[in-house]
Write a protein of this length. Sequence first.
Length: 369
Amino acid sequence: MKTPLTLFAGLSLAFGLMCSSPPAFAATVLTGDKIDGVPVIEKLDLADQPTGRVSRYYFRVIDQAIGQGWYVPVIVVKGAEPGRRLLLTAAVHGDELNGIAIIQDLTNALNPAQMKGAVVALPGLNIPGLLQDSRGFSPSATTTGVNLNRQMPGDVNSGDVGRIYAGRLWSQIFAGNADAAVDLHAQSRGTAYPMYVFAETPAARAMAKALGPDMIKYDPGERGSIETTLNANGVDAVTLELGEPDRFDAVLVARAQSGIRNVMREMGIIASPAESPSVKPYIGNRTVDVVAPRGGFARVLTPVGSEVKLDQPVATISDPFGLITYTARAPMAGRALSVATSPVREAGSLLVRILAWSDDPACAAKGCP
Ligand SMILES: [Zn+2]
């Protein structure tokens, strides 16, 4: 099916060149290049993708500063029959790797001949970050640590390379190709989450419950994130956090696949019996960070997911001799949502994040501001 697509893309480009205005229809655009035998695309349009099969592409996002490309892998699993479309994205933060294994394993196990609708999956958005084992986006020495998950929907005409990169992902791949989305993350280096979902809207909350996480936060969203920008553009989206960075956690990878298949069932994409989550999620709408007021060696006293009582000691800080210099206490009751995994803690860094439910009307609708 590659040749007809190439021809179609070529015809559409030719049509666009012949006309003074761009063509009214979108279309997948293949550049004609291949990398390791995989076709390179300039734009994805799910509508013209072959049905009942898996297609794999490299999307040339932008040029590097040395004139070669940054390429993001794109997997399209399009069912034999039409239906709803699920977008999966991983590693917009380059050291948060669990989502890559989830997308790889999930898409390789799907049978498109038995699907209605499609999955568009990008197992690795932040290619410079992946290469550098870095959360941020630093495509060259002059650009350091842009948070790509605050740049959406980007701007291809911007003077900022992070906004251009985000804008290309948004306009050429995300836009028009999804009805719902799960953006896969992990906690930042030195800290851990359980399986945890941020959910902004009623539809996103239903998706969050189908995913079967340990915890859900009703949340007002983060401006410029993939999740918040998709929700604002009519695509039901959640951010799914999975454990720690820098690893493939086999248990969390398997749980997330099971949860995503449940989302696909609710969307009518697959029809196999639902998989019951092993846990009932704790739902909150408010978080408080307990941070180290001074540097030192931290010992966390509350494991991820454990119940925390008001004023309970949650961590100690010690000096180099092991003498405790500070005991951190819980400023509110709830559950330990995130904990420090590295004992080396700078002043101001996270010890424990507590998730709780607040009846404050300002928090009830969309999560506490
Ligand atoms: Zn992240």
